[in-house]
Design a protein around this ligand. Structure first.
Ligand SMILES: [Zn+2]
Ligand SMILES: [Zn+2]
Ligand SMILES: [Zn+2]
Length: 134
C-alpha cells in the first residue's frame, strides 16, 4: 500500500451558468446548458448562455498532477482534458453550487449543494428533519 495521495482524476470547474427556472413549473433547472430535463415536471427546456460557453472554453485549469496550467478549450461541462505537459487525463466536472439555508427549528445555517427538486434534510445541530425545494 502506498502512502502517496492518488492524483485526482476530477477537477471542479469554477464557472457555472446563471440559475434557470422551468417555464412550466418554475422549479430550478439543473446547472447546465443545452436541452435540460426539469426533474420536477419532466419538461424539456432549452437553456443557452453564450457568456458561460465562452468562459467555459477559456477557463484556465491547473493540472492536478503537475500543476501545469492549461486552457480547457471545451465549451461544455463535464469536459475530458489531457495535460499537454504530463499527459495526465482528467475530467473537468460541473461546478457544484452551494446554497445557505436555515434550519426551520433552530435557525442554524446549513450549506448544501443546490440540486433541483425536493430534498429531505436533517439538521446536524437539532436533528430536526425537514424538506427543501428548489
Ligand atoms: Zn418543470
Ligand atoms: Zn500535467
Ligand atoms: Zn436545527
Amino acid at each position: 500500500m502506498s502512502e502517496d495521495t492518488p492524483v485526482p482524476y476530477q477537477v471542479e470547474s469554477r464557472v457555472s451558468p446563471p440559475p434557470a427556472h422551468c417555464p412550466n413549473c418554475d422549479s430550478l433547472l439543473p446547472s447546465d446548458l443545452g436541452v435540460l430535463d426539469c426533474v420536477v415536471c419532466t419538461a424539456q427546456v432549452k437553456v443557452e448562455h453564450s457568456p458561460t460557453r465562452e468562459s467555459w472554453e477559456e477557463e484556465k485549469v491547473t493540472c492536478p498532477s503537475c500543476r501545469h496550467v492549461l486552457v480547457a478549450g471545451i465549451d461544455s461541462r463535464p469536459a475530458d482534458l489531457r495535460c499537454a505537459n504530463c499527459k495526465h487525463e482528467f475530467t473537468l466536472t460541473p461546478k457544484i453550487i452551494k446554497v445557505e439555508i436555515n434550519c426551520p427549528a433552530c435557525d442554524r445555517g446549513l450549506r448544501i449543494p443546490q440540486r433541483p427538486g425536493e430534498r429531505k434534510l436533517r439538521c446536524p445541530a437539532c436533528m430536526e428533519g425537514f424538506k427543501v425545494n428548489f
